[in-house]
Design a binder for this molecule. Structure first.
Ligand code: SAM
Length: 313
């Protein structure tokens, strides 16, 4: 494949290089802003899952523009941007970088510590798992990232603040929307034109952060991974943030797969079903078949399924 083939295939990839963005994702945030005005008045922002850093570049540019405009009117707070990722990121002027896992409470605590007594105007999260190809698993991990980002946001976002996050529009996405609506009266789902149609990714734009009365941010939500977690500790509105509780693990058999009869190393032995169906929906068809066979004198074995047909005779 030639050096230019990706440039030909992907206009945003090409434009990102031309305009000095570290990744084509920059256009997604810029396009979200052109519709939803997420940077208005913003001087403090957190970029979760930030590497290689194109969203941080956009934040740095936009917050500096805001700063210059604000200075024309009088003293203004300097922009503050914190970027976090599992992976190391090349430095960016005006961006404080932390390396860590946002689903890990120690990383969340470091971010919160950076805000000390101040609050962020905007929290963005473009987090995406390394796709495994197991769709349910990828969607689950993506949801975990979104909920981890939301949890961090509940500690540091100022009232009225904005939260933007990548979301996979999969089967149970409405559960996530419902969770977001607990904290934000305005929740939109956007799909910038720079996001490929073939991808299930979209972005939630949540505005006007307002902590529900009685809600206390805590590290129990949404992971509940503390060894000593006790669901009873969560009361009132704190309980309406539905935790994801994983049951089973990847070592368990996959219910959609076929396995050889001796897959677990034991010799296979057939067992009768513990309880045969007593009134299955196909019983009437079996009975008709049996009667037809009896009439014609054939010895069809189609009725050998162990079903009690006496009640239908
Ligand atoms: N917004 C970035 C940009 O514009 O350059 C691109 C982000 S990239 C699509 C997704 C990032 O999520 C990856 O860099 C990955 O390392 C990060 N990520 C995935 N899981 C994470 C986690 N648990 N904690 C922190 N970062 C994570």
């Amino acid at each position: 494949m030639g050096k230019t083939s990706k440039d030909k295939r992907d206009i945003y990839y090409r434009k990102a290089k031309e305009e000095g963005w570290r990744a084509r994702s920059a256009f997604k945030l810029l396009q979200i802003d052109s519709e939803c005005h997420i940077f208005d008045g913003v001087s403090k922002a957190v970029d979760l899952c930030a590497a290689p850093g194109s969203w941080s570049q956009v934040l740095a540019r936009k917050l500096n523009e805001n700063y210059k405009k604000a200075l024309e009117k009088g003293p203004a707070p300097k922009p503050k941007i914190i970027a976090v990722d599992l992976q190391a990121m090349a430095p960016l002027e005006g961006v404080v970088q932390l390396q860590g896992d946002i689903t890990n409470s120690s990383t969340a605590e470091q971010i919160i510590a950076h805000f000390d007594n101040s609050r962020a105007d905007l929290v963005v999260c473009d987090g995406a798992p390394d796709v495994t190809g197991l769709h349910d698993m990828d969607i689950f991990i993506q949801s975990q990232l979104l909920l981890a980002a939301l949890n961090i946001a509940t500690y540091i976002l100022k009232p009225g603040g904005t939260f933007v996050a990548k979301i996979f529009r999969a089967k149970d996405v409405s559960l996530l929307y419902a969770q977001l609506r607990i904290f934000f009266p305005y929740v939109y789902c956007t799909k910038p034109s720079s996001s490929r149609n073939s991808s299930i990714e979209a972005f939630v734009v949540c505005k006007d952060y307002s902590q529900p009365e009685g809600y206390e941010p805590n590290m129990l939500n949404p992971w509940m991974m503390e060894e000593s977690w006790d669901f009873e500790k969560l009361t009132g509105v704190n309980r309406t943030i539905v935790p994801f509780v994983v049951c089973g693990d990847l070592n368990q058999p996959d219910s959609d797969m076929s396995y050889p009869l001796n897959y677990d190393g034991k010799e296979y032995k057939y067992h009768e079903p513990v309880q045969a169906p007593i009134a299955p929906p196909y019983a009437e068809a079996l009975l008709m078949n049996r009667k037809r066979a009896e009439k014609s004198g054939s010895t069809s074995n189609q009725n050998d399924i162990d079903v009690d047909l006496s009640s239908l005779d």
